[in-house]
Design a binder for this molecule. Structure first.
Ligand code: ZN
Length: 344
């Protein structure tokens, strides 16, 4: 493993660091898919790789930049001609029959961006953050790029819902997973952003490893799904049929997409609850948790046999995959509840 030359400022991202830290710059692929919950540093990592590739100071590794050359300065200013980043969620294509190009990269722009070679640098980096879905035109643009990529162009896609991407796109990208950050990592990022230490610590503790969620907590606009989902998990683990009214699946004023998002968030919370419960069962009461504030609730749930514990974790993963398909949200919740119930 070669590692990093110069600065490379990211939190967490262990899998990505291990991967890109050992890859030779000339062996870089043309398309990467960064998956993982929102707020765990996928886009930040892609921006740091972009800066590493566009940094003009010679260095021994792919990762790392000097922060003072002309390339680095242009990246910081957001004006480097060879770095294109989409702002916010890119919705390319159609939903419900109507064309939707509500972000700054339409599929036509995408075709153009992907066909250009580096202008100032040998490299050109295109970051498409939070890609949600793509139609034929957009998919074709990406596929064509991936079949015949111009030399030096690298595209990074990030998503927290990889199941919503077309399989043909997914299969041509190298997938790298981003795990939740630790409480300490989230806290460190918040403190560096100027959040007072005590607030940063509290927000980090209930962030479930996501800087995005920690910021919502600080701004007081957390959806409320989090604590309801922990309670739901504890009741399901006891074999009860808990109320999932907090998901508002019967509310006709919500779109299918909004309901899917609520279920997605719930499953994410359940995944972390199950993970923390398993850690408590297997490693003991003092083990570090992603949701330390929920320790009392999780500690009350009886332990199970190790093989049952492992099976339960993979069942939650299955539910997460199911939630990424067209299966109705209610069925996904029922499936998850049955998987959590103790075996008779
Ligand atoms: Zn530089």
């Amino acid at each position: 493993m070669k590692g990093v030359t110069g600065e490379f400022d990211v939190a967490g991202a262990r899998a990505a660091l291990a991967f890109f830290g050992s890859v030779e710059p000339e062996r870089l692929s043309h398309g990467y898919l960064f998956t993982g919950s929102s707020g765990v540093g996928k886009k930040t990592f892609a921006r740091r790789i972009a800066q590493s590739l566009l940094c003009e100071t010679p260095k021994a590794t792919l990762l790392g930049y000097c922060n003072h050359c002309a390339g680095c300065t242009l990246v910081h200013a957001g004006t480097h001609p060879d770095f294109v980043e989409s702002q916010g969620v890119v919705r390319i294509g159609k939903e419900g029959g109507s064309a939707q190009h509500d972000e700054d990269l339409s599929s036509r722009d995408l075709v153009r961006e992907l066909s250009l070679r580096g202008y100032r640098s040998d490299h050109r980096v295109v970051l498409l953050g939070d890609i949600e879905f793509a139609t034929h035109e957009a998919a074709n643009a990406l596929l064509k790029f991936l079949e015949e990529p111009p030399a030096g162009v690298v595209v990074f896609l990030t998503t927290s819902a990889p199941g919503t991407l077309l399989a043909t796109i997914r299969s041509r990208l190298l997938n790298i997973e981003f795990a939740p950050l630790t409480v300490r990592e989230v806290e460190g990022i918040l403190v560096r952003d100027g959040v007072p230490a005590e607030s940063a610590r509290l927000a980090a503790e209930i962030s479930l490893g996501s800087v995005t969620r920690a910021r919502s907590v600080l701004e007081g606009d957390e959806s409320g799904v989090r604590s309801a989902a922990f309670t739901w998990f504890a009741e399901a683990m006891a074999g009860d049929v808990p109320d999932h009214g907090f998901l508002r699946l019967d509310d006709r004023s919500l779109t299918a997409g909004e309901k899917r998002a609520a279920v997605g968030e719930m499953i994410e919370v359940v995944r972390i609850a199950a993970r923390d419960w398993a850690v408590l069962s297997l490693a003991g009461k003092e083990a570090p948790l992603l949701a330390p504030d929920q320790r009392p609730l999780l500690a009350k749930i009886p332990k199970r046999k190790p093989d049952e514990t492992v099976a339960l974790l993979s069942a939650v993963g299955e539910a997460e995959k199911l939630a990424n398909t067209n299966v109705s949200a209610g069925l996904v919740v029922d499936y998850l509840r049955m998987q959590l119930a103790p075996r008779p």
